[in-house]
Every structure is written in structure tokens, then in C-alpha cells.
Design a binder for this molecule. Structure first.
Ligand code: EPU
Length: 424
């Protein structure tokens, strides 16, 4: 098991340099799932080298597809993908495996999987998927809420699905599957994340007719999908970008985050400006530095374009350094403040009132600690806490951070942070 040793800056704002951001994890995974329905060879570029992409490759290979991952490109040829079982080990460790339900079902008319696992962010049900597929005429067999088999021997019907909760992967899964339904499918109360729009752009490049991606209502018409001649570019990872911008606001003399789309980061950039951080925005890069004092603010996580839940934990570290009391309202997941107890042991003054609400008093110097991140984003947040703390922190569960961040220690070192990966 790898961990990171971070020698903290003890409050100094000395980080300087430019970090280039990878393609988005949460855009790549739905594209890999969609490729199962595309004739010919799908070529993706700007694919991040992260553990979840490798897991998705294994899922596809287990179904019989050919997948070639090289540097930051991925080619997928699905001709022989006749499998109907999503590999148990992977489905158990990666919630995004659920994305492959739609394409496997649409392609092979059946798919089985265990209840998908992944980050422990609270209860993560799949009821929207079950109800949505039933609307499209799919038979769902459930064994004790633990193992599911979806079957559609006559293919998928058209229809209208209203999502009672806005869900990113449910929106994406049904967009993918609906391209192969026998009649149009209308999705209502959809997620509007940039990754949803990117998926629609890819499907359209393959010949799909999709209207409304990026709005609450999406209509998908049945289509023949063929791989575009040009490789498809994965959009930049707004969460990786946001994580480095928060680091720049915490400890940056001048940190530039490049190869990004600043328009995808409006909520974070607005929050940083409100806190007094100097933010300079160019077409595909943003520069930030630590101000003399940081002002407290209220953060409320929300579906896009609101403040992303995936940046809530990194943001919490910044809130520990503001002059006064800030608050955090986590509206998406009910287990996403679980890391706070560990942060408090580093000296943070955070009070959790209920699973959704916390208040933070600052500024509090942080002390180095040996802690394990419980998920990808809280793990990254602990790296940020270690970066500003006094002393050497050991941040465990590097494998979780590796699920979402490519070469994290190399990038942090390039800004001047003393960080090493160690194996035990
Ligand atoms: N929900 C249901 N029923 C369902 C599905 C979801 O009640 O059948 C609820 C969830 O419990 C949650 C809410 O809907 O309360 C929203 O969750 P959503 O389904 O949107 O989350 P997701 O699609 O599983 C994606 C990202 C997450 C990110 C969330 C929210 C991918 C692969 N994952 O998850 O990313 O936190 O949207 O933006 O796109 C991460 O990258 O670290 C990560 C966890």
C-alpha cells in the first residue's frame, strides 16, 4: 500500500509554477462505456492515466472488447464484446461501473452486476437506474439488493423517464442506452454537468441525434453509431483543476493551472474571488496566489453549475484558513463530511451539525498528522492540509487518490512542495 509523505510549508505561501491539467476522469468513463455501442474503432485522446480508466479498460476487456491504452490515448474495438457480466471485483470498487449497464444491456440485451461500490460518500442507491430501465421495458431481477440482472430480450423501448433526483451517471447511462432504443427517449430533470455535454458531443460525432444536453430535458433518437474518423478529445478535468487552484489560494506565491476550461469552474472562481483571492483568468488557464488574509464564506454544494461536491473537501481546507466563521452545506451526498474528524485532529476548528452541515472557524494553523483519506477527494484534501501544516504528514490510501489524479506527487513537487510516495 502506497502513501505520501508531505513536509508541510507551515503557513508559508511559497508554491510557484504551472500545472497542466489532464482530461476529466468523469468524462472519460462514460465515453469508454458508450464505445461499446459504436461500430469500428473509437479513439479517445487526452485520456488521464489514472486507476479508474484502467478499471474501465478491464471491465470492457472482460466483456470481450479490445482496448488499447497508451500514454493519454485509448482505442476501443467492441466487435467481440458479447459478455453480459460486469466483473465483480471492479464493479464493487468503482461506482462508475454502473455506466456500463446501459451500453451492455443495449448491446447484448442482458447485464448482471453486484451492487456497485466505490467511494464511501453515504448511501449510493441505484433506484433511478432500476426504475428508468423498467420504463424502457427491461426486466430487473434483484437478489437481496446485492446482485442485479437486467434483461431486455426484445431490446429497449422508447419512452419518458423523469429522474426524481438529479444524477450525473443516471443521465449519462440513459443517454447512451437510449441511442439503441426502438423509439425516442425523453429524459427529464437531467444533470447538466459539462461531462454530460461532452458525452452528447461524442455520441453526436458518432451519428446520434440528441437534443437538449446541458439542459434539464434531453431527447435521444434511435441512431446507428459509427466511430468518428478523428480522435475525440476528452474535456479537461475541472475537479483536478479546482483542486490545484485551491492549493494555489492556500499556499501559492503564484500558481497557474493550465489546459483547462475556466468556464467550467465558475462556482469555484466566484467563491475564491469572494474570499479575496487574486484570480487571473485567461482562455485556457487561471492563475491564483494566496492573499494576505482570506475572508470566510458560505459554500453550498449543488448540481452543476453550482459548487461541485467533489471540491467540498479540498475547499474545507481553505476555509480553515479564513479570518472568521465559514459554513458548508453538502446537499448531494449524506456521507461526505466523514473526513472532518481527522481534519480536526490536525488542529482545524470544524463542527459538524448534521451529515449535511458544518461550520469552520479560522484561521487555525494545522499540525502534521498520519491519516488515511476515505475517498478520492478527501484524500486529496488531506494532501492539501499536509501541504500547509507544520511538520511531516503521512497521508495513506494513495491508491484512492490515484483513482482520480494523474502523477499527483510529480505535479505537487513541480510547484515546490516536498512530497514523496512511499510503499509499505
Ligand atoms: N442517487 C439516487 N439514486 C440513484 C442514483 C443517485 O438517489 O439511482 C442520488 C445519490 O445518492 C446522490 C445524488 O443522487 O445523493 C447524486 O448522485 P449522482 O448519481 O449524480 O452521483 P454519481 O453519478 O454516482 C457522479 C460523479 C461523482 C460526483 C457526483 C456528483 C462520475 C463517474 N462520478 O457520481 O464523482 O461526486 O456525480 O457530482 O461521474 C469523484 O469523481 O470523486 C466522484 C465521486
Amino acid at each position: 500500500m502506497d502513501s505520501f509523505v508531505v513536509d508541510g510549508l507551515n503557513g508559508k505561501a511559497s508554491l510557484k509554477g504551472t500545472v497542466s491539467i489532464e482530461g476529466a476522469k468523469n468524462a472519460t468513463l462514460p465515453l469508454m462505456a458508450a464505445a461499446l455501442l459504436v461500430e469500428g474503432e473509437t479513439k479517445l485522446e487526452n485520456v488521464p492515466s489514472i486507476a479508474d480508466v484502467l478499471s474501465s479498460k478491464e471491465l470492457l476487456e472482460h466483456l470481450g472488447a479490445f482496448v488499447d491504452l497508451k500514454e493519454n490515448t485509448c482505442s476501443i474495438r467492441p466487435q467481440n464484446a458479447s459478455g453480459t457480466v460486469l466483473e465483480r471485483e471492479i464493479a464493487k470498487k468503482m461506482r462508475a461501473s454502473v455506466l456500463f449497464v446501459g451500453s451492455t444491456l443495449a448491446r447484448n440485451r442482458k447485464v448482471s452486476l453486484p451492487h456497485p461500490g466505490g467511494c464511501v460518500l453515504g448511501s449510493r442507491p441505484i433506484d433511478l437506474f432500476i426504475r428508468g430501465f423498467e420504463t424502457l421495458g427491461v426486466n430487473v431481477e434483484e437478489k437481496e439488493g446485492e446482485y442485479y440482472t437486467f434483461s431486455a430480450p426484445n431490446g429497449l423501448k422508447g419512452g419518458e423517464i423523469f429522474f426524481s433526483v438529479i444524477s450525473v451517471t443516471a443521465t449519462e447511462t440513459f443517454m447512451i442506452a437510449a441511442t439503441k432504443a426502438e423509439a425516442p427517449v425523453t429524459l427529464k430533470n437531467c444533470a447538466m454537468e459539462p461531462e454530460v455535454i461532452a458525452l452528447a458531443d461524442f455520441l453526436k460525432a458518432c451519428g446520434a441525434r440528441i437534443e437538449g444536453a446541458g439542459t434539464p430535458t434531453i431527447v435521444i433518437h434511435p441512431s446507428y453509431l459509427e466511430a468518428p474518423k478523428e480522435p475525440f478529445q476528452v474535456i479537461p478535468d475541472r475537479i483536478e483543476a479546482g483542486s490545484f487552484l485551491i492549493l494555489g489560494a492556500l499556499a501559492g506565491k503564484e500558481v497557474t493551472v493550465t489546459d483547462i476550461n475556466p468556464k467550467h469552474l465558475d462556482a469555484l472562481l466566484e467563491a475564491l474571488k469572494e474570499m479575496g483571492v487574486a484570480v487571473s483568468i485567461k482562455e485556457n488557464e487561471v492563475t491564483v496566489s494566496r492573499p494576505e488574509t482570506l475572508k470566510p464564506i458560505s459554500i453550498r454544494t449543488h448540481e452543476y453549475p453550482g459548487f461541485p461536491t467533489d471540491l467540498q473537501a479540498p475547499m474545507m481546507i481553505l476555509l480553515t484558513q479564513t479570518e472568521g466563521e465559514s459554513s458548508v452545506l453538502e446537499t448531494i451526498f449524506d456521507g461526505r463530511l466523514n473526513y472532518v474528524d481527522d481534519l480536526v485532529t490536525m488542529g482545524a476548528d470544524v463542527r459538524v451539525w448534521n451529515p449535511h452541515k458544518a461550520t469552520v472557524k479560522g484561521p487555525t494553523p494545522l499540525k502534521a498528522k498520519d491519516i488515511d483519506g476515505p475517498d478520492i477527494r478527501a484524500g486529496l484534501a488531506f494532501l492539501l492540509a499536509g501541504a500547509i501544516a507544520e511538520g511531516k504528514s503521512h497521508i495513506g490510501n494513495a491508491h484512492l487518490i490515484d483513482r482520480g489524479y494523474e502523477k499527483i506527487e510529480t505535479k505537487l513537487s513541480s510547484l515546490g512542495l516536498d512530497i514523496k510516495r512511499v510503499s509499505s
